[in-house]
Design a binder for this molecule. Structure first.
Ligand code: ADP
Ligand code: MG
Ligand code: ZN
Length: 628
């Protein structure tokens, strides 16, 4: 029965309030007395004294602590019949007792009848009790809602947030392209399966393995595969789930987790995003985070607390090993670090093979070609890519995924959703010149990556796009390559300036300029590629790790800062000149390419080069053909 307590309680509360007053009234008006004693008539105190003096009173019974009395008196007017009457006594009548004594009248005191008092007490309590019960249910109910205020009521009980999978069903076969990591972890599987092998020769089985790598490279998958291969249960929790509003909750979760794991050993505990709890302690500005530190301490204690050979292996994953507390990394804890890198071309091919197992691919599709087109893609990107391809295929009502869908899917994964093409207008022309500028400068500079295609079909934020094929596998990049990239990125703006004049340039180059500044600055401050000499003046980019980096941010003086700025400007100006020169010198071919682009919306790299070759010498570029 789905039935809302909140509503019921809210409705009943006002009713209770009203009811309470009515009820109280009822109790109050019910005379708390002794009417049972048949004293229906009342006698005034004065009259009672008169009766007393006239010796007509035979007995007196005091009630209510002496405030009332039932008096038996003989009524001479009614044949001396004995009458029982009630008398209200004034508060202070001590002389009454001695008078009664003198006269030898029997009197007695009766204890207060407290039924009335009990009812009164209940009447007073019932409202608060109902109120509290109502509130209790209110909280109980709202605590069922995620994030409801009732969570505060539960903080004492650590609700275990970890999940246990008895069988992950993932095998090493499902993980591809990260061979080194797999090999390292193969050993862990053996630890879990045949610990005797190691303990026989006195080896201590490692307790913790830290998987380090960018998001989507398959860390979670790998951890599951270890559990799957070894056939042991898999406990997983995310680092962020340890950290709660109340100090001590995280620590109790850690205890719970290890307790459960010990009951199920051998098993694997997987802690995702361990940097959420495992950050360096005492690194926060203005005091640390107590809760996190306690949780981390508890984690360290638990890891020390079990002997290496209980068969529990802890696998943690992070993409920021640099922020981890040193205590986590010392031997005996996460003493093994396994790096999980984005896959190279061979790895990408293997991952594509894994994920295309359950997909219908047209025979025209070459997984090698896809692998070649997707440098920098992680396993998750590739899985997503094939899925997007399959979705597009279904939408186009095709039998199997063809090259066209894959190409569209790559574009979509890299640059976002396709928009509708612009109608012919001045701004479309300007965008065409801008893109041709990028492509032409890129094509004519010897050290630039070859153009893959130029398109005017908007995607994501971009109105037009020029795609380049990086012709090497994310390896080392030379100074002249960087300069060529800067010039290529400035090609768009240069074209706008040369064709439309400095007054007509647009905001469209904003993104390009940001890239340009970034590259030029890194050349100066990180790679030692300027007149400042081989100095590393800034550490790797990335958000500042509060407290550690913030204080020691600039490791150079104001004077050096000035020189950095002027060196950056020098590089950018030089590349800008190169780009403008190229655009100035190739006006004819530029115009022809722009007309073609507006007509066709997309020009393929090969065609582009052929047209340019009719007007200028196109430098030969090493074709990108890595061995697979
Ligand atoms: P991470 O934990 O490193 O962020 P995941 O393990 O969660 O990445 O990967 C997400 C998904 O991407 C996986 O479920 C899998 O489908 C795919 N994937 C990632 N890396 C690989 C890989 N090396 N081999 C096969 N599939 C992968
Ligand atoms: Mg993960
Ligand atoms: Zn641009």
């Amino acid at each position: 029965m789905k039935f809302s307590w909140r509503v019921v309680v809210l409705w009943t509360l006002p009713a209770l309030v009203i009811g309470f007053f009515l009820w109280q009234g009822a109790f109050a008006s019910a005379p708390a007395e002794m009417t049972k004693n048949t004293a229906s008539t009342r006698m005034t105190y004065g009259r009672f004294l008169e009766y007393l003096d006239a010796n007509r009173v035979t007995s007196v019974d005091f009630y209510e602590g002496g405030r009332t009395a039932i008096v038996e008196a003989v009524d001479s007017e009614l044949d001396n019949r004995v009458q029982r009457v009630r008398v209200d006594l004034p508060n202070s009548a001590p002389e009454l007792i001695s008078k009664l004594k003198d006269k030898g009248i029997s009197f007695d005191a009766h204890p207060m009848r407290n039924d009335g008092a009990i009812w009164g007490l209940l009447g007073n309590l019932i409202f608060p009790i109902l109120l509290i019960t109502g509130l209790f249910f209110l909280f109980r109910r709202s605590s069922n809602l995620p994030g409801g205020p009732g969570q505060a009521m539960n903080f004492g009980k650590s609700k275990a947030r970890f999940q246990m999978e008895a069988k992950t069903g993932v095998k090493f076969d499902d993980v591809a392209g990260i061979e080194e990591a797999k090999e390292e972890l193969q050993e862990v599987v053996t630890f879990l399966k045949q610990p005797e092998k190691f303990t026989a020769v006195g080896a201590r089985i490692p307790k913790g393995v830290l998987l380090v790598g960018p998001p989507g490279t398959g860390k979670t998958l790998l951890a599951k595969a270890i559990a799957g291969e070894a056939g042991v249960p898999f406990f997983s929790i995310s680092g962020s789930e340890f950290v709660e509003m109340f100090v001590g909750v995280g620590a109790s979760r850690v205890r719970d987790l290890f307790k459960k794991a010990k009951d199920n050993a051998p098993c694997i505990i997987f802690i995702d995003e361990i940097d959420a709890v495992g950050r360096q302690r005492g690194a926060g500005i203005g005091g640390g985070n107590d809760e996190r530190e306690q949780t981390l301490n508890q984690l360290l204690t638990e890891m020390d607390g079990f002997e290496g050979n209980t068969g529990i292996i802890i696998i943690a994953a992070t993409n920021r090993p640099d922020v981890l507390d040193a205590a986590l990394l010392r031997p005996g804890r996460f003493d093994r670090q396994v790096t999980v890198d984005p896959p190279d071309i061979k790895g990408r091919l293997e991952i594509l093979q894994v994920h295309s197992r359950n997909k219908k691919l047209d025979s025209s599709v070459s997984l090698e070609a896809i692998a070649r087109r997707t440098p920098g893609f992680t396993g998750a990107d590739l899985a997503n890519l094939l899925n997007e391809g399959a979705i597009l295929t279904a939408r186009r009502r095709k039998e199997a995924i063809t090259l066209a869908e894959i190409d569209d899917a790559v574009d979509r994964v890299v640059a976002g959703m396709e928009g509708t093409p612009l109608v012919d207008s001045k701004s479309k022309r300007l965008i065409a010149y801008h893109e041709i500028g990028h492509a032409l400068v890129g094509t004519l500079l010897k050290d630039h990556d070859p153009v893959q295609k130029v398109t005017l079909i908007p995607r994501g934020q971009a109105q037009g796009l020029t795609w380049f094929t990086p012709n090497e596998e994310q390896g080392l990049i030379t100074r002249s390559q960087l300069k060529a990239r800067i010039a290529g990125a400035l090609g768009g703006r240069a074209a706008e300036e040369i064709i439309f004049g400095a007054a007509e340039v647009t905001t469209g180059a904003g993104g390009d300029l940001q890239q340009v500044s970034g590259m030029a600055r890194q050349m100066v401050t990180r790679f030692g590629m300027s007149d400042l000499g081989p100095l590393s003046l800034e550490s790797q980019q990335g958000e500042v790790f509060l407290g550690r980096d913030w204080m020691s941010r600039s490791d150079y003086s104001e004077a050096i800062a000035c020189r950095i700025d002027s060196q950056v400007r020098l590089i950018v100006e030089e590349c800008h000149e190169t780009a403008k020169r190229i655009m100035r010198e190739h006006r004819t071919v530029t115009d022809r390419l722009v007309d073609l682009l507006i007509e066709k919306e997309t020009i393929d790299g090969e065609e582009f080069r052929q047209i340019v070759a009719e007007y200028a010498e196109v430098p030969e570029k090493p074709q990108f053909a890595p061995q697979i």
